[in-house]
Unconditional design. Sequence first.
Lengths: 173, 172, 132
Amino acid sequence: MTEPMPTSDTAFSDAPADSNDLMLSDVVGAARDVLNVMFFSDVLEDADAPPAPRPETMQVYVKFEGDGVGEFRMEIDDPTAESLAGSFLGAEPGSAPSPDEVQQVMGELGNMVCGAFLSRYEKDGLFSLSSPTIERAGAAMPSGVARSLQLLDGTMDLRINWSVPVDRPGLPG
Amino acid sequence: MPTLVVGISDCRCTNDASVDLVTYALGSCIAVGAYDPVQGVGGLLHYLLPDSRQDQQRATQQPAMYADTGIPHLIRSMERLGAQRKHIRVRLAGGAQMVSDTAQLAVGKRNQLAARKLLWQMGVLVEMEAVGGMASRNLGLKVGTGEFWVQTNTQAEPRLPEASHAILAGAR
Amino acid sequence: MQSLRILIVDDSPAMRAYVRRTVQLASLPVKNVFEAGNGQEALEIVNQENEAPNKLDLVFADLNMPVMNGEEFVAKLRGNQRDATLPVLIISTDATQRRVLKLRELGAQGYISKPCQPEMIRLKVHQILGEQ
């Protein structure tokens, strides 16, 4: 006797790990797209991220709500942030952007990666994003998924935590 | 009409309206074609690698070998012929991923990112690009009219001049 | 296209700088660039600067902004007869079809999804101002 083929829904609901993979692949894809187009950088490789922020990093938070509710966090060390900000602003070699400019550009980078991720992950969803906030001593996120990216310019960690996941059968938040 | 062939690690600029600038067999290399329609100045650079820091002595002798020395060299040479950055229109071609390229990030992609970064730094916008993929390309510029053309050569489709227009028109 | 007067509405100073740099590099005859951090500030600038004979030519607007977001800004702008034809080009990361359709209904002329290359901004400006 043969077993029936599983439907796609049961396949998804039986495989939460795969769904997290989907989310991670969307967040890495979103980061790569933003970095390529507006920062002239790229993702060389990605790996599991540590649960808590690394020391000596800037943390950019973006909250989102709409068809799901959650928080996105980007962690980046100062030399990487300065290099990426200089690229975005078109700074001549040797002229470093000011600390304020670096913060502003990193806020925009976090906003774009978060927005691009949501557009990929929930193509028909509607979300509104908070203005990015920046901190230097972040705590571990209670749950969610995280990825550490090795860039041409340095290292960046990305985390996503859904408090109210998108209502989509079989996909966890 | 004389054709001036720009070789690998070479850069030519002219305001001679009778000249066609052309460069052939772009793999992972990038060609930067530039034209100032106000002054009728054209330039073409064919560089090999993104970053001169690996061999600065070589970069001094042969600036057109690297993006970070070649692109400033191209723009400044055009400025010496009267071109102005705000009028310069740029097209890129090349940056393909070669089959043998197993590096972490392919040279072609790095070359493309370097071109766009350098041009943004210098205040020159890229108008169109025919880059990436696995095709070998040729890029030409008629200095008399400012008309660019790209030829794309693939193994499956040896020569597709019409498709080349589609690539340029569809480029981001 | 003569002596353009452009307004950039975005709560991100970095993005305002990016758009400003692009329009300044794009061979456009830019006369003035005004900046606002949200829709409310933008409406105040429109009230000051969009009176004949010195009318604004184009507005770039973000969607997610504090105080007044981009959708509300476009709706309010279109509610005033004087500003009904002032072209608005939205630049946002939110590229979902539902959002784009809604913005079109509200009266936005164009939509650019971020990340975007400067060339895309230049092309859209030519498209919108060339159609006028």
